[in-house]
Write a protein that binds this ligand. Sequence first.
Ligand code: FAD
Length: 694
Amino acid sequence: MPCEVKLRFVVLYGSQKGQAESLAEGIAEVAEEHGLVAELSCLNHNEKYNLEKETAPVVFIVSTTGDGEPPDNALQFVKRIKKKTLTTDHYKHLCYALLALGDTNYANFCNCGKTIERRLQELGAKQFYATGYADDGVGLEVVVDPWIEGLWKAIKGALSKMASDKADLLKGEAGKSPKGTPNLSIPHVQLNLLRITDHQNCDSIKASAETVSKCATVSLAASLTCSLPPLSESPLNVPALPPAYLDVSLQEVDSVEQVRKDTLHAAPISRAVQLTRGDSVKVAVLLELDMSAHPMVTYHPGDSFDVFCPNKATEVEDMLHRLGLQDQRNHQVHISLLKDTKKKGAQVPSYMSKNISLLYLLTRCLEIRSVPKKAFVRALVEHTGDCVQKRRLQELCSRQGSADYNLYVRDSGLSVLELLAAFPSCSPPLSLLIEHLPKLQPRPYSAASSCLRHPGKLHFVFNVVEFPACSGRPAGRLGLCTGWLFDLINPVLVFPENDESSSSPALPKIHVSLRPNCSFRPPADPSAPFIMVGPGTGVAPFIGFLQQREQERKEKPEAIFGETWLFFGCRHRDGDYLFREELEGFVSSGTLSQLKVCFSRDEQEEEEEATTSAAARPRYVQHNLLLNSRHVTDILLKHNGYFYVCGDAKNMAKDVNNTLMEMIQTELQVDQLDAMKTLAGLREEKRYLQDIWG
Ligand code: FAD
């Protein structure tokens, strides 16, 4: 009797911000086109899958969050598979493929994926397709697209191998391969391009390609809206259209609720100080919030606060007009699932509260500034009238147009509204926005104060983020939250020298909630020495650390306190040396043992550093670390000290990590592998801690 192969496979995801989830959904959605049936589930829904008995190939798509931790919805799964009681053949029946998402700007790249993979292998599972490690730092699609492209063949290969092994077993010929262990050769990810097979699609694309090509010859330069050959003449592989799944209607009502969660605290701004000067530096502002109405909110140095900001009113207005719904702004929004949707696991977004108005939805719920994902661009194609614009949108979401998408959309941080403005014939329905736009997220800021020094107050510092003009954005704009805060406090902003004397008029309240960080804290033992690396606004939590230490020293003069070092960096001594007076004060009082500051853009060194040769002049924090290599490694490795890094994730944390590794190699006279192990040990012991963003 022939052994029937059931062409099903399982897709499991662990996702923090929704990227792994939407990739998993995408895979499940197109499975049918490949003659396969996908069973999709989130890793924490363990009632929906059973790996202990699974006989079909399993595809894991997992991201990594924070300092290399699993996403919240994969935590339980990781805990389960880490159990020491599991035997080495626990998963010997299992065939898996894994796509790990991460960001090389952060420590422990793809750590969650690597952990799951290691454990699966330790428990006997067999890989049927090479693991993909996608890096958000350079663009996930560089790895994701070819990985998914090759996945189908690999799944089919795994299925037929498993079927023939099963048939062999039935025939009693199982001896050819190890018993019960699928013998799979592992295909590698191919970076070759897909070919167009849909001729109809191809013809229509060719026709509009000619139109776009004309447009390109007129403008002579590629831009968000115009492409040049070869792209403008190339056949395109556009992704499958994501199925619609929401039914959205608007209803006129007398009044609608404006929802606010209980965990949010309305806190008046009591002070706003501009910490920077000059045009050549980013504007940094210190805000003080009066938390006296919330005595239960006690924060510790190292904690952050989420700031809840609305979308910009003018942009909400533009969006309402764009959707043609300006007269229905106060209507109540009803959202339900489309009855016949083909979307697997479709759900009404959980953050959409009931009884909200359209205005509230666009102002508080949806991130209308978010950079449109390719799936969204693909969906927009269906709502675009003009064929030239349609073709360009197809290009931007296609495999061939990947570089243009990265350049004009992703890297410039183009918002949905900016994209819509550039494609005037595109009129998406409201439901499409709700299906594709993420939840408007609060922005976290590190506490830059200690409750001991400033009871009832909370300080934080932010850089006003600027997005320069670019193709698709005629004028520069500010970051959403930092721009909003800056507009709020601009009328009363003071410089430090006028700080005390100013009697600010009443400032508005903002909504915040506490985000405790239980590991990024000063050492519990005050005698332990510690090193802080915090360039720019990364210095914020360390101001809190030092304020706390100063108070503790006052309260317990007899106690033994370990050495404290701070490495700070900025562009100009006179421009953006944040908290200069306060830091120098910490040095004078003995709270801060060593303050090492460098200026990346100052050409002239001050007299006290005249002895340092130009070559040795530190520009960035890592250069100063190198200059103090012996002390730093002694503190860490001989005196059981702590090492904290905070700030912009772009390159700094990676550079500091590499420098630290180099220092350990030199000081301990060990090779790179041993230095890496030493650093990994420090992380494990929670003595090397990072709090980075970007
Ligand atoms: P958006 O409109 O959301 O634009 C975000 C874009 O700006 C991103 O594409 C990103 O690449 C870029 N961006 C993000 N942060 C910066 C930055 N600092 N400088 C330049 N470009 C940036 N920021 C602070 O200024 N001070 C803090 O103390 C601070 N603490 C943080 C603590 C944590 C745990 C985290 C996760 C983030 C922290 N941030 C801090 C970053 C902050 O939450 C916001 O991301 C930042 O202020 C930009 O918000 P926005 O809404 O103005 O920008």
